[in-house]
Write a protein that binds this ligand. Structure first.
Ligand SMILES: Nc1ncnc2c1ncn2[C@@H]1O[C@H](COP(=O)(O)OP(=O)(O)OP(=O)(O)O)[C@@H](O)[C@H]1O
Ligand SMILES: [Mg+2]
Length: 264
């Protein structure tokens, strides 16, 4: 698959202005403005029903906006949906993997569907990158939730799309599996891919994102780096507090972040 070259290489990977969307009487998006720089990780936060998935679906050309402008990889989602689709991948909350096939067979199948040369080589490379080599020959039905999610993200990367949408990539995963997915996402951005992820886990945004935006009542109410967001609140008073380990610290210390992930 050849990915269409954007018309303007300096333009942000994602550019959204005045995006509006209603479902009947329900005004979900009331004028969303966002820019995402190329090669960066951008986290979109918001409560249940804030409209995060709606934004992602519009950007992925699965849903039409009522008003406003959205460009992905330089292409307008309304006028150039095919170019947009060839520039992106979308991983939703529910893994789109085939249970009957093995992990490797899933990857080979997608590479074939995309008419790429050497599907086996592509599959083996992705299995390695996502620490699934040992499990590659096993049926996906036997995989843990974290392994499925990693395989799902790996499948979405076939063809190296420059822009990746991850809608709640770690919802339902245990702490170790989340960390594994985070590593995979960081690697993607290090390789130059632009990542827009939605999450309700604030620590996920803290760990991963170069910039964080909060969607609330149909608009982006803040957008900045973690430091910029922190500065929005008055500096904390200095008080002596004995630092207790978090439950996550305890869990990871007991279970061990370094256990062989193929076994889970
Ligand atoms: N196709 C649709 N028809 C009618 N209402 C919809 C449709 N899609 C979304 N909605 C409504 O729009 C609002 C925003 O939904 P959306 O899925 O974008 O929220 P979200 O921020 O992704 O929430 P969550 O955190 O629960 O995933 C919700 O009230 C939802 O019920
Ligand atoms: Mg959602």
């Amino acid at each position: 698959m050849s990915i269409p070259a954007p018309t303007d290489h300096l333009a942000p990977a994602i550019h959204v202005r005045g995006l509006e969307k209603s479902f009947k009487q329900l005004k979900v998006l009331r004028g969303v403005d966002v820019d995402v720089a190329r090669g960066s990780i951008f986290a979109l936060l918001g409560s249940n029903g804030a409209g995060k998935t709606t934004v992602v679906r519009i950007l992925a050309t699965l849903l039409k906006a009522d008003r406003g402008e959205a460009r992905v990889n330089g292409f307008d989602v309304a006028t150039h949906p095919v170019d947009v689709r060839e520039s992106i991948s979308l991983t939703g909350q529910f893994a789109a993997v085939d249970e009957i096939l093995s992990g490797r067979e899933n990857l080979v199948l997608v590479a074939r569907l995309r008419h790429l040369p050497d599907p086996g080589v592509i599959a083996d490379d992705l299995l390695r990158r996502f620490s699934l080599t040992d499990a590659g020959a096993r049926r996906v039905a036997t995989y843990s939730g974290g392994m499925r999610r990693r395989l799902d993200i790996a499948m979405s990367l076939i063809g190296n799309p420059p822009v990746v949408f991850l809608d709640e990539p770690t919802t339902g995963l245990d702490p170790e599996a989340r960390i594994e997915v985070w590593h995979a996402v960081k690697e993607l951005a290090d390789g130059g891919t632009t990542v827009l992820l939605t999450t309700q886990h604030l620590d996920e945004a803290e760990q991963l994102a170069d910039r964080i935006a909060i969607l609330h009542e149909g608009r982006i109410i803040v957008n900045g780096t973690l430091d910029e967001l922190r500065r929005l609140l008055p500096p904390g008073e200095v008080v002596y507090v004995e630092k207790q380990p978090t439950l996550e610290d305890v869990f990871l210390a007991l279970v061990g972040a370094g256990t062989d992930k193929e076994q889970r």
